[in-house]
Design a protein around this ligand. Structure first.
Ligand code: SF4
Length: 918
C-alpha cells in the first residue's frame, strides 16, 4: 500500500516562513509577500507548527515560546537531503550552502526559506531511482514519527510503502566500510630539515597567492631548530617563536613540518587550542597537498574520543526510540543520514548537523562514559574512533588539540611504565600553535576533581547503572565475566571491587544531599563539603559557583575524609589485582588469543589501571591532605559547589597545580625530541629581551636545556588600520549607561561588533536593553547565555552575517576567529582582570604581584589581535572603563593610536573611521 500525499504535502508552499526579530517576526509567503507581526501573533503561529523556520530551538528562544507541534525546520530538510554538508544554521547559512541570492533583509530571509525548501525537494526528486529507493524506508519511518517534512519528502521520493521495520533506514552503520590494520610504521627518523629546502617549499606554496613576506621567511628559519635532531636524552630542541598577526606563521611552520614528516615518517603532531583552529590548519595543509587522496594519506585530524559518534550507543538509542513520535527520533534519523555520508564520524566537525543538539544529548551517542567494549563491540571493525586512532598511528602528520596532547601523553607515560614499550602513537615532535594557551590547557589537563559526578561515574563504570537497564551499561561483571571465568582469585577481585563501590555516590545523590539524607562514605563527605562551602560564603553569592578554602576543615569533614580514603583504598586494591590478572592472561595465553581478544583484554586492563593507579591514588592523596590539614606546596586545593544558572550541579574538592607547566614539561616536552611553541601573543611586553611571561605561560623555564627564542613583529600598519578608545565618561556599573554605550557603539559600526563581558549577568542585562534598538536598525544581535546556541554556532552566525553583533562572556575572545568586516569593532565592558579566585591568588603569590597585569595585558593583546587579520582590515577597540591603567596599554602595538575620550567622541570617530573602509 502506498502512502498518499496528505494536505501537508504543500507545507513548503502554504505555510508562512517565520523570521524572528526582537519583539516580533517577519512572515513571508512563497510568492514573496511578507508582513511584520508583533510577538503575540508570531508566538501563536510558531506554536501551531504551521511555519517554515531555520533552527526551531533558536526561534523558540527568540519568541520565548515552545512549539506545541513540530514546525517545519528547513535545516532538517537540508540535513536529510545533503547529509554531512556544512551549513551555518540560519537563513543566510542556507542561502550560502545552496548558492541562493544573499538575503539582505528579514523579508528576503523569509523568501529564502521557501526557495531553499523548494530547491531541496527538487534535489530529492532529481535523485536516481536507486538512491530514492534506498531513502524510502527511512522516509516511511519518519512519516510514522510525525516528521513535518515527511509527506513532502515522500512525495518527492515517489510512492513508498509502509515501514517494514522500526529501524529500517536508521541502520546506516551497516553500510560503513571496515578499517584495516596497518603495519607498524616503525620509529620516526631524525633527519633534519634543510633551510633552503624548507624555504623553497614555502615559496612554492605561497607562490600562487603572491604573498611572499620577509618576516615569514625569517620565522621559518627560527622554527627550524625544533626539527633538528636531539643531542641527548631529556634535552629536546625547543623553539619559542612569536609572530605578530599577519606574519603568516602557519604556512611558515607547515613547510618544514611537511618536509620533516615526509622524510622521517609518522611522529609529528601539530596541536592547537580549539577544534575550529584544527580545521583551519587542516585547510592550510591543502595548499601543500592539493590532491585530496594524497592529503588523506598524509594528514589526519585527531580529536578526543568524546568527539566521535559511538555506533553502539547510536544503535542502542535507535532501538530505544525508533518510531516513537517526537523530535528525538527525527534527530536520530537525520544522524543516520549523516553516518552514511561522513568521512570521520566527528560530531564536532563542520558537517555534523549540530542544531540537533536541541533534541538529543550528544552524550548519548558518543563515548563519554568510558564504556567502550572495544573488540567485543559488534561495530568494532567500522568504529569511527578505532579508525581515526589507527590512521593517526600511520599518518605522517596529525593535527590535534592541546587537551588531547596532554591526555594522550599522560596515558602513554603510564603505559610506558607498564609495558616498557614506546607506544606506536607517541609523537616525537610537536608544533604547539596558540602556545599562549598551553598554561590553561595544562591547568585543566593535569587537575583533579574529587566530586559527586566523578565518583558516581566511577561507580557506574564498575557496577553498571543503578536503575534504568541498558544492555551494555552493566559494569565490570558483564564486560569481564568470560575473561575471569575459571579463575577464583580474579573472580573474587572483581566481586570485591563491585562490592566496594557501595561507598560511592549512587543515582540521586544530589537530591539526598539537599534533603540531608546522604548515605555511604562519599555522599556524607560531599554533604560536609557542601555545608562548609555555604558556611564560608555570603548569601549574595548564591547564584554562581561557590568555592571555599580547605583550611581549616571542620572536624566532621576531616573524619569523613578519613573514612572515604579507607573506602577508596578498599576499591583500588582489588582493581589492581584484577588488572594484573588480565595482564598475566595476555602473557600466558599469547599463543591462543586472537587480535580482537588481546585488544579487549588490553583495554580492560588499561581502564582498570588508569582508575586504580592514577585516579584513585590522586583522590586518596587529596583526602589525606584534607584529613591532616596539609597540602603539597606545588598544589592548591579547594572546595567547590558547581552551579549552572543558580542550580547546583556538582560538589567536590579540586586540586590544581600552581604551576601546571611543570607536568607539561616533564610529561610532554622533555620526552619529546623537539617542539615549536608558537603564537602571536607569547610575551606580555614588546621588549625583545623580555621572555619572562612567555616562560611562565609555556614552562620554558623548566627545560633542561634552554629554548631558542625569536620574535617577529606584525607587518600591519596599525596607525592606519586601527583605533583604540578608552571611554572615560561612562559609569559602567549603571546598566542603563553601559547598555546605551554599547548600543551607540554598535550602531556607529553598523554591526560587525563583538561585546565582551566579565559577568554573564551584565551581558544579559545589556542584551535586554539593546536588542530592540539594534533590530530597528536592521542589525541582528546574538548573545551567548541568551540564545539557545552553542558557542561555535554563534561564532559561525556572527562570521556569516557581516552586519550582526555578538555579545559574549570574556572567555569567548579566544574562540572568535572572524577575519574581515564581520569583526570590525570589539568592546570590553571593563578591563579583563583575572578573577581573584583561590587558585589565582595562589598563582599571584607564586609568580609575583605583576601577574595580574601580565594576564590582563595578554588578554587585551589576544583580543586586539583578532580584530586585524589582513592588510585590508580596519578595526576599533573600546574599553568602557575610565580607570584603565596606562601601563596596560603596552598590550597594544606601539603604532596603534590610543585615545582616552568621552563616549560621543568615540562614537563619532568610529563611525567615520569604519565608514572609510566600506
Ligand atoms: S568500539 Fe567502542 S566506541 Fe566504537 S562503536 Fe563500539 S563501543 Fe562505540
Amino acid at each position: 500500500m502506498s502512502i498518499e500525499p496528505t494536505p501537508a504535502v504543500n507545507l513548503s508552499r502554504k505555510a508562512p516562513a517565520l523570521i524572528p526579530f526582537a519583539g516580533g517576526a517577519v512572515l513571508g509567503t512563497a510568492d514573496g509577500h511578507s508582513r511584520r507581526v508583533g510577538l503575540a501573533e508570531a508566538q501563536k503561529i510558531f506554536r501551531s507548527g504551521f511555519a517554515l523556520v531555520a533552527h526551531a530551538a533558536f526561534v523558540s528562544g527568540r519568541l520565548k515560546t515552545p512549539p506545541s507541534s513540530p514546525v517545519a525546520d528547513v535545516l532538517e530538510l537540508f540535513a536529510f537531503v545533503r547529509p554531512a554538508q556544512y551549513c551555518v544554521p540560519s537563513p543566510k547559512g542556507l542561502a550560502r550552502a545552496l548558492g541562493l541570492t544573499w538575503p539582505e533583509t528579514d523579508e528576503d530571509a523569509a523568501l529564502t526559506l521557501h526557495i531553499a525548501a523548494s530547491k531541496l525537494l527538487d534535489e530529492l526528486r532529481a535523485l536516481g531511482s536507486g538512491q530514492r529507493t534506498r531513502l524510502a524506508p527511512l522516509a516511511a519511518n519518519l512519516i510514522a514519527t510525525g516528521w513535518r517534512w515527511g509527506p513532502e519528502v515522500a512525495d518527492a521520493i515517489g510512492a513508498i510503502g509502509p515501514s517494514k521495520s522500526p529501524i529500517a533506514g536508521f541502520d546506516t552503520w551497516r553500510e560503513l566500510k571496515h578499517w584495516e590494520d596497518e603495519p607498524d610504521p616503525g620509529k620516526p627518523g631524525s633527519e633534519p630539515v634543510g633551510e633552503a629546502e624548507a624555504q623553497a617549499r614555502l615559496v612554492a606554496c605561497i607562490g600562487a597567492s603572491g604573498e611572499e613576506r620577509a618576516e615569514q621567511a625569517a620565522y621559518l628559519g627560527a622554527a627550524l631548530y625544533a626539527f633538528s635532531p636531539r643531542e641527548r636524552v631529556g634535552a629536546p630542541r625547543i623553539a619559542l617563536v612569536e609572530a605578530g598577526t599577519g606574519v603568516g606563521k602557519t604556512l611558515a611552520y607547515l613547510a618544514p613540518s611537511t618536509l620533516w614528516a615526509e622524510t622521517n615518517g609518522p611522529g609529528l603532531w601539530i596541536s592547537t587550542y580549539t577544534r575550529n583552529l584544527q580545521r583551519q590548519i587542516s585547510q592550510e595543509l591543502a595548499r601543500f597537498y592539493p590532491d585530496p587522496v594524497e592529503r588523506e594519506e598524509k594528514v589526519v585530524v585527531r580529536k578526543g574520543r568524546e568527539n566521535y559518534l559511538c555506533l553502539l550507543n547510536f544503535e542502542e538509542a535507535v532501538r530505544g526510540v525508533a518510531l516513537a513520535p517526537g523530535q528525538r527520533t527525527v534527530a536520530l534519523a537525520l544522524i543516520a543520514r549523516w553516518i552514511g555520508a561522513t568521512n570521520d564520524g566527528d560530531v564536532s566537525g563542520s558537517g555534523f548537523p549540530a542544531f540537533l543538539g536541541a533534541s538529543l544529548s550528544l552524550r548519548d551517542i558518543t563515548d563519554r562514559r568510558g564504556e567502550c567494549i572495544y573488540a567485543a563491540c559488534p561495530h568494532y571493525r567500522s568504529c569511527f574512533i578505532e579508525r581515526v586512532i589507527r590512521r593517526a598511528r600511520t599518518a605522517p602528520i596529525v593535527i590535534a588539540n592541546h587537551a588531547l596532547v596532554i591526555a594522550q601523553a599522560t596515558r602513554e607515560a603510564y603505559a610506558l611504565d607498564e609495558t616498557g614499550d614506546v607506544p606506536p602513537d607517541r609523537p616525537l615532535r610537536y608544533v604547539l600553535d596558540e602556545g599562549h594557551h598551553l598554561f590553561d590547557a595544562a591547568d585543566s589537563g593535569f587537575a583533579a576533581f574529587l566530586s559527586g559526578l566523578e565518583m558516581a561515574e566511577l561507580r557506574r563504570w564498575i557496577r553498571g547503572p543503578d536503575g534504568r537497564f541498558r544492555t551494555r551499561m552493566r559494569g565490570l561483571e558483564e564486560r569481564l565475566k568470560d575473561l575471569v571465568a575459571g579463575d577464583a582469585d580474579a573472580r573474587a577481585a572483581m566481586d570485591e571491587a563491585i562490592s566496594a563501590t557501595t561507598a560511592l555516590p549512587a543515582d540521586g545523590w544530589l537530591s539526598r544531599l539537599h534533603s540531608g539524607t546522604s548515605r555511604g562514605e562519599a555522599e556524607r563527605f560531599l554533604a560536609c563539603i557542601y555545608s562548609q562551602v555555604l558556611a564560608r560564603n555570603t548569601d549574595q553569592e548564591m547564584a554562581y559557583s561557590l568555592e571555599a578554602e580547605l583550611r581549616p576543615p571542620n572536624g566532621e569533614l576531616r573524619e569523613q575524609s578519613r573514612q572515604l580514603a579507607v573506602a577508596l583504598n578498599s576499591l583500588a586494591a582489588p582493581m589492581r589485582r584484577l588488572a594484573l590478572y588480565l595482564r598475566r592472561q595476555m602473557n600466558d595465553r599469547a599463543d591462543d588469543l586472537d587480535t580482537g581478544q588481546r585488544g579487549r583484554i588490553e583495554a580492560a586492563a588499561r581502564g582498570l589501571e588508569r582508575r586504580a593507579r592514577i585516579v584513585l591514588p590522586t583522590w586518596i592523596a587529596m583526602l589525606h591532605a584534607l584529613e591532616h590539614d596539609e597540602c603539597a606546596e606545588e598544589f592548591v586545593d579547594w572546595l567547590e559547589i558547581v552551579r549552572d544558572d543558580g542550580r547546583d550541579t556538582d560538589v567536590g574538592m579540586r586540586r590544581h597545580w600552581i604551576d601546571p607547566t611543570i607536568p607539561l614539561v616533564s610529561e610532554i616536552l622533555t620526552p619529546s625530541h623537539g617542539a615549536l611553541v608558537t603564537s602571536a601573543t607569547l610575551r606580555d611586553v614588546t621588549d625583545a629581551e623580555d621572555w619572562a611571561s612567555a616562560d611562565i605561560r609555556t614552562g620554558a623555564n623548566h627545560l633542561n636545556e634552554p629554548a631558542r627564542r625569536a620574535s617577529f613583529g606584525s607587518p600591519f600598519r596599525y596607525d592606519q588600520q586601527s583605533r583604540i578608545f578608552i571611554v572615560r565618561d561612562i559609569e559602567r556599573r549603571d546598566l542603563d549607561q553601559l547598555a546605551a554605550a554599547l548600543r551607540e557603539l554598535f550602531l556607529a559600526s553598523g554591526g560587525g561588533a563583538l561585546g565582551l563581558f566579565t559577568a554573564v549577568k551584565t551581558l544579559r542585562a545589556v542584551e535586554r536593553r539593546i536588542s530592540n534598538a539594534l533590530a530597528e536598525a536592521g542589525i541582528t544581535l546574538y548573545a551567548q547565555h541568551v540564545d539557545r546556541l552553542d558557542t561555535g554556532t554563534l561564532v559561525d552566525l556572527f562570521r556569516t552575517e557581516e552586519n550582526s553583533c555578538l555579545l559574549g562572556a570574556d572567555a569567548l575572545r579566544d574562540g572568535v576567529d572572524v577575519p574581515g568586516r564581520s569583526l570590525r569593532l570589539a568592546v570590553f565592558d571593563k578591563v579583563p582582570w583575572p578573577k581573584p579566585t583561590i587558585l589565582h591568588k595562589a598563582r599571584r603569590a607564586r609568580f609575583g604581584r605583576s601577574y595580574d597585569e601580565q594576564l590582563a595585558r595578554l588578554r587585551l593583546k589576544q583580543a586586539f589581535g583578532r580584530l586585524i587579520r589582513t592588510q585590508q582590515d580596519r578595526g576599533c577597540f573600546v574599553i568602557l572603563e575610565p580607570r584603565t591603567p596606562t601601563r596596560l596599554l603596552a598590550a597594544f602595538p606601539a603604532d596603534a593610536p590610543v585615545k582616552r575620550c568621552g563616549l560621543a567622541e568615540a562614537v563619532a570617530e568610529i563611525r567615520e573611521f569604519l565608514a572609510e573602509s566600506r
